[in-house]
Design a protein around this ligand. Sequence first.
Ligand code: ZN
Length: 587
Amino acid sequence: MKFFVTTPIYYVNDVPHLGHAYTTIASDIVARFNRFLNKDVFFLTGTDEHGLKIQKAALEKNYDSPKKFVDELALRFKNLWDKYYISYDRFIRTTDEDHINLVKSVFLKCYKNGDIYKGVYKGYYCVSCEEFKSESEIKDNDYKCPIHNKPCEYLEEETYFFALSNYEKKLLKWYKLNPNFILPSSRRNEIINFVKQGLKDLSVSRPSSRVKWGIKVPFDKSQTIYVWFDALFNYMTAGLKKGFWPPNLHMVGKDILRFHAVYWPAFLMSLYKYDIEKKLKSFNFTEKEIKNWDEIQDKKKEKILKEILDVYLPQKVFGHGWWTVEGKKMSKTLKNVIDPEELLEKFGPSSVRYFLFAHVPFGQDGDFSYKAFVERYNADLANDLGNLFNRSINMAFKYFEGKVPYLDEDQRNILKNYLNKIKNMSLKEIEELYKKVYEEKVFENSDLDILLLGLLKKTIYEVIDYLEYVNLTKIFEVIWKYIRYINYYIDKTAPWRLKKEENIDRLRFVMYNILSSLFAIAALTYPIMPDKSKEMFNMLGYEVKDLKNHPEFAKKQNLLDYFFLEEGKTLRKGNILFPRLNLEEAK
Ligand SMILES: [Zn+2]
């Protein structure tokens, strides 16, 4: 199965900040979990490199051509992504030849389809935003841009418009047919209300006399295609070329959700207008239904309509929240901007990748503070996860000379029986057993053992489920619930006591179970923290060769196969996975 995930293309003149890192890491984690589930993944990121601001900045900095300037700027993003182990498959730039060609051809097609027409645009324009401002936005601020606080220019100019108003009802129909198109669901209504208020046609070009740096309208060189029309189609340039279409998930910040959930599907509906109509015809829809597919009410026909549209339009757009710092909005004047490079140097990529999604429910706004970072790091990473690995491996060295213990025939049969039992247990039954064992602390030894397998099954099923809704925070939670249970298992089975009592049979069985569950944890945390997971696998005697793809030995057909470790395998001691942090030193 194919899976195509994208980040937005970032404005190349920006200095990469925490927001860029947040979106990109989120997309990377989603891409990696899909690889873990054996999907054929295409992960796209890149930079948006056209427009007046770039043109001006390149000139100010004395570059002969903006291209040379953006070549250097794009590297800042690439370098940062490498350090964060971002496993993208293509880094697209809007100055790439194939992208320029595609944008020209789709602009022409929308023009031929009657959705792009020439008109005159009048209004107040902010050069820094590269957009016209509505009068209501600026009149109380002395006609200055509210973001840049610089005077807006009044402009009247020829431009091409995209007939967005033609797609109001069609978009509403599309949202109705796809209740999960806009995620998280809390943002869905915002978008629907925006569309319901009525859509105005969009200006999609600028006079080339003013904006030179960009893609020219193919049939009218006096106009340059405006950045949004240019930028959004990057997904198509890269996706079609690799045979991935449509995208399964666009990950974006909430500030650009509208562009992705409204303008983008409208552009695509226009582009594929005749293809959609042709397909409707083949399903014997009437002429009237074909022209006004947004009005179809019949359930069966709606189902066919959805299947047809699904071929052309993206499946999901997730709009995540923003970060504040110690309760305040990040800004250059407050000097409280969190630099993702600095975080890397202080904490390493894995703890940052973990913290950003564990600390704030993904989708909502969140607050960054060093105190919260250090507390969560020490609790979840140093204690729960790091300590689990280090103490388990140490016990294996102490009791079994650094090898996975051998089981006897009886023990292998017991595990097989447990496995069969678990296969037949529902997730609800597993949760009930969990409550009994972990919360009420009422159990037999066999309950403790069975639950180690049972909870793994539940964890994997829940990861798959939450992945559908891009609920990264919940994914982390269920994995850490399992990690905490393994710690509990160790405390309750107390291998050190078994050793002292010379109950070696039970000790072998218990240690085998612990080490096996560690293998599952290494596999499950690989998408979150590839470099640390590599160390975990290393302790368990496995070699991870590259940090991009999910390790082949940790891709199992049967989910519960994650549990069974090779008996007699040689382990390695390894370093402390997550040394404890001290708040004063971290700041
Ligand atoms: Zn502005």
